[in-house]
Design a protein around this ligand. Structure first.
Ligand SMILES: Cc1ncc(COP(=O)(O)O)c(C=O)c1O
Length: 462
């Protein structure tokens, strides 16, 4: 599937330039002194090709659960091109045609929410929500109700503000000191339960633990609770039953705004438009990025209720009354133009339904690996957002050494299948294989992915 443009490029020059000048994300560069970094050249559907022309089945949607509708979508490219020629940019203090049209389309999938603030990364969208919470504290509560709760194992982005709300100690290490006013609450991974309870009892206990933190901090100091609907990079953790209803109840009881970080789950990943919709949650803020335009253009959104929005237009004579924030590239029109087309594809091709069906199938097939490999301690997930936790022993649940997890990933890569693993998240616990194939995945694709993992586990551990 390599086309002429690729052949005409001198790929050796590309790789040499990359090695000489590009600082890759989340990467140790020492090995690149003796080996070439991987350069991804082209993609189509579920597949990508590297600099050697080698084909890979991408089971992680661009590495970080992003390319939800798959590669090579000409209809998105055309919509972006047409929009760029008409108007590429104007600051978000003004409106734009795709911005207005996408907001309407998006909100039609989010009953109860009514305002979209555009920006261009998941981190930035979360920062917007944090700033709104802080400003509401000042406007309504004399600055006191400013604390933001976050959960162990959750990740909300890369900025110092977002790392301050970061529940992954390895991501945070060496980047402090962090911003004050962020407080952690316990994780809700039943496989590594902190209480001797199961199912709904565990879920309620994990939520009750949030209430304990609120009471210890003082409810009048806590402005918001920020949670991923299903924790992503912290180990792919769907909430236990009973968790979300209790979380919602606690937020209402103490007048705490609920901020759901849908940067990974948003726009289809779990089989509903948003992850929170799996659990009947009614959030005050929803932030999203990655899958919103499947990576065809940078776009992120901080979506709020009208009640939140109303707090920022109470007194037109007060120069500090409104949300004094700007995101330069939040005014790029390519993002909402791509996002509109992305949603149209999901609807036209019934990709939510496919995600649910293929997710169930994949969970089942991954579950089958537990019968074949003792090292698979737990498989879990929702929709096409799945993880398999590797342990040395099912009784002790000790995580396998990270080198072995990496060996499984590398073995799959050698077989032409790209899978992921939790990466620099929790010290000693980078032991979960992660899967997030595009929502277009077929049974055949899933079989290939799981068969590759099966083979890799056999070679690395048996
Ligand atoms: C749950 C979650 N929130 C926020 C972010 C940050 O998004 P971005 O990298 O676009 O800033 C990420 C990135 O992986 C994420 O997984």
């Amino acid at each position: 599937m390599m086309d002429g443009t690729f052949q005409d490029n001198d790929i050796d020059k590309v790789v040499a330039a990359d090695r000489a000048h590009v600082w890759h994300h989340l990467s140790q560069h020492k090995p690149y002194e003796s080996t070439d970094p991987r350069v991804i050249v082209e993609g189509k559907g579920m597949r990508v090709w590297d600099q050697h022309g080698k084909e890979h089945l991408d089971a992680v949607s661009g590495g970080v659960w992003t390319v939800n509708v798959g590669y090579g979508r000409e209809e998105i490219a055309n919509a972006v091109r047409d929009q760029l020629i008409k108007l590429n940019y104007f600051a978000g203090s003004a409106g734009s045609i795709p911005g207005a049209m996408f907001s309407e389309k998006l909100l039609s999938k989010m009953p109860g929410l009514s305002r979209v603030y555009y920006c261009n990364s998941g981190s930035e969208a979360n920062e917007k929500a944090f700033k709104m919470v802080r400003q509401i504290a000042h406007k309504r509560h004399g600055g006191r109700k400013h604390k933001i709760l976050y959960r162990e194992r959750d990740y909300h982005g890369t900025t110092i503000g977002c790392l301050s709300a970061g529940g992954q100690d390895e991501r945070n290490a060496q980047y402090g000191p962090f911003a004050p006013g962020f407080v952690s609450v316990p994780h809700c991974l039943e496989y590594r339960a902190q209480w001797d309870l199961a199912g709904e009892d565990y879920g309620r206990a994990a939520a009750d633990a949030i209430e304990e933190v609120i009471l210890a901090e003082g409810p009048d100091t806590v402005g918001a609770l920020c949670l991923e609907p299903v924790t992503a990079g912290g180990g792919v953790i769907p909430p236990p039953p009973g968790y979300w209803p209790r979380v919602q109840e606690i937020c209402r009881k103490y007048d705490i705004l609920l901020h759901i970080d849908e940067v990974v789950c948003g726009v289809g990943r779990t089989g509903t438009w948003f992850g929170y919709q799996q659990y009947g949650v009614e959030p005050d803020f929803v932030t999203m990025a990655k899958g919103v335009a499947s990576g065809y253009a940078a776009i992120a959104c901080c979506v709020t209720t009208e009640a939140v929005f109303d707090m920022f237009k109470e007194d037109a004579d007060d120069p500090l009354d409104y949300f004094r924030d700007i995101s330069t590239f939040g005014g790029c029109t390519a993002g909402p133009a791509a996002a509109l087309e992305n949603m149209a594809i999901i609807e036209r091709e019934s990709l939510l339904e496919n995600c649910t069906a293929m997710g169930d199938y994949m969970l089942d097939r991954l579950g089958g690996l537990m019968d074949r490999h003792k090292v698979v301690g737990d498989v879990r997930g929702k929709g096409l957002f799945l993880g398999a936790e590797l342990v040395t022993d099912r009784g002790s649940k000790d995580p396998v050494p990270e080198a072995q997890v990496k060996a499984v990933v590398a073995d799959c890569m050698a077989q032409g299948v790209i899978i992921g693993a939790t990466n620099r998240s929790l010290p000693g616990f980078n032991n979960t294989l992660t899967f997030s194939p595009a929502l277009i995945a077929t049974r055949h694709d899933i079989d290939r992915i799981v068969d590759a993992v099966d083979g890799a586990l056999g070679r690395v551990f048996d």
